[in-house]
Design a protein around this ligand. Sequence first.
Ligand code: SF4
Length: 276
Amino acid sequence: MTAEERGALPHPVTGREFPSPVPAGTGWPDDPARAETPVARDPDDVRRLAADVGLAELDARVSVCSACPRLVAWREGVAVEKRASFADQPYWGRPIPGWGDPDPSLLIVGLAPAANGGNRTGRIFTGDPSADWLFASLHRTGWAAQAASHHAGDGQRLLDARMVATVRCAPPDNKPTPAERDTCAPWIAAELALLPSVRAVVALGSFGWDGAVRSLVAAGAEAPSRKPKFAHGVELSLGAVTLIGCYHPSPHNTYTRRLTAEMTDEVFARARALTQ
Ligand code: SF4
């Protein structure tokens, strides 16, 4: 069944209709790709297409990548099936590129998009309870223009900050395999190399921490002689960049108050101090 045959639904902000998953270059808010954007279909393609390219084209190529068969099937299957509460919405169903300021001081790194969050809205950390928590803190600490991030096209902006995921497709059970993680690695390594202005990196959760260290070293930072274990508030200097650990703002952590609003704000205030 083609996407068209699955039926188009209106975007919650623009009202324009899209099939799920969304074809490249058809008008989704902030879609970086065009119909002719080259598609990576295996790990060699990812390495080749991530090399020697500017940030805008890198975002475009990430957003159409199809190099991991299991993740492509999952992200597109979720986009077609849809969670019942979002049954009236089109799902992006594609990889989630980095988003925010192209010349940022702060980079926020997570593990992977959520099946019904980023995979639905097409924007990282957008459209789920983790996003609500994170953007409320980013707004309080001056890194985001609005206190919530519900949909691409909602007017939200990151201010001197950018967000990326180490793995760009929503994985089953939020767990990419090591092979999928390694296949996706050239995308974030290339992106980090294109962001020389970054001075602070906030890593969300232990997977984000490990992924951020690995990606910064792959992008050219000297490998640390000793990598501290992930903890909330722990810091690691990697060249000109300071990495800060932050508990992941998942409902599991916030409902249990393992992560409070004050703790989240402290991390982003510390990032502010490091970038001034
Ligand atoms: S996880 Fe990364 S490499 Fe794999 S299909 Fe998605 S964007 Fe491509």
